[in-house]
Design a protein. Structure first.
Length: 290
């Protein structure tokens, strides 16, 4: 599995790929993207044909008129089912802070979000999404006057639909003031996750009383400091699993005190044990087919 890095055009944090009127070439049956993830939200509108998208815990088939939503940091692969299908791919950045030190805080805030959601054709929400996606594609490629404003307005509409259906939760922007108070502790965890870290140590780092620090941390991040440390360790372990490293070595490298504890915490956030997850990521079903 790899993390897709998306490059943007025209200074706008969106990517639009293969709209129907700009289609170049024919998409061949079986062509796929191998297992990957990215920080952006992703939408796939199927204009014709069909395709499959799979994550570690869901397999969805998309038909003509359907729109698939893939949440940020959701591992997934896609595979085309017919020759010459037409689609529009839309990806845009999360409306959160660009501060890289808060990367795992942003990811944690989305633990309870829906990883993937299929909007079926002819439903009211699907039609609203379709209008927004087609409008963004047109504005992005033709760049009429005030096109960026039109793009931003449509993204806001898309976000409103996702929030109303409770597919995604509130962004961390609402808690930025509280997060900034404990930011040195977050940065310390990001750098020292493989070591033993206690709340007493973190509170001393900030010069706070320990009980006050624990309350402040939970209000800002949405969980206690120990749970957050484990979450960061799990994220780090996820990057190591596809490599030729034993599960026990990954557990110790990322700071877990025992293999059984690592298995339990990893499954809590990924629905699978590390060995099950590793098998999924290295399965031939997830290799790129070209």
């Amino acid at each position: 599995m790899y993390e897709e890095i998306i490059n943007y055009k025209y200074g706008v944090p969106i990517r639009v790929s293969a709209p129907i009127e700009h289609q170049s070439g024919i998409i061949k049956k079986g062509t796929a993207c191998s297992m990957h993830l990215h920080r952006q939200y992703e939408f796939l509108y199927i204009h014709s044909g069909s395709m499959i998208c799979q994550s570690p815990d869901a397999r969805l088939k998309m038909e003509k008129g359907d729109i698939l939503f893939v949440n940020s940091y959701t591992p997934h692969w896609t595979r085309y089912e017919v020759e010459g299908m037409e689609q529009i791919l839309l990806q845009f950045d999360l409306p959160t802070t660009s501060d890289l030190s808060l990367k795992y805080v942003a990811r944690f805030s989305k633990v309870t979000d829906t990883p993937m959601y299929l909007f079926k054709s002819n439903e009211k929400d699907t039609e609203e999404l379709k209008k927004c996606i087609l409008s963004i594609a047109d504005e992005f490629y033709y760049q009429n006057d005030f096109w960026k404003e039109y793009v931003n307005a449509n993204i806001l509409m898309i976000m409103a639909i996702l929030h109303r259906k409770k597919i995604i939760s509130d962004s961390i922007r609402k808690r930025e003031a509280e997060i900034n108070k404990i930011k040195p502790a977050i940065e310390y965890i990001n750098e020292n996750y493989s070591q033993d870290i206690s709340t007493a140590e973190l509170s001393r780092l900030l010069g706070f009383n320990e009980s006050y620090f624990c309350r402040l941390f939970k209000n800002a991040v949405g969980t206690n400091a120990i749970e957050y440390i484990n979450f960061v360790r799990v994220c780090k372990a996820g990057h190591l699993l596809p490599k030729n490293i034993s599960i026990s070595d990954i557990a110790s490298t990322t700071g877990f005190s025992s293999l059984s504890y690592f298995n339990r915490i990893f499954k809590k956030y990924n629905a699978y044990t590390p060995s099950e997850y590793k098998k999924i990521l290295t399965s031939t079903n997830y290799e790129q087919i070209q």
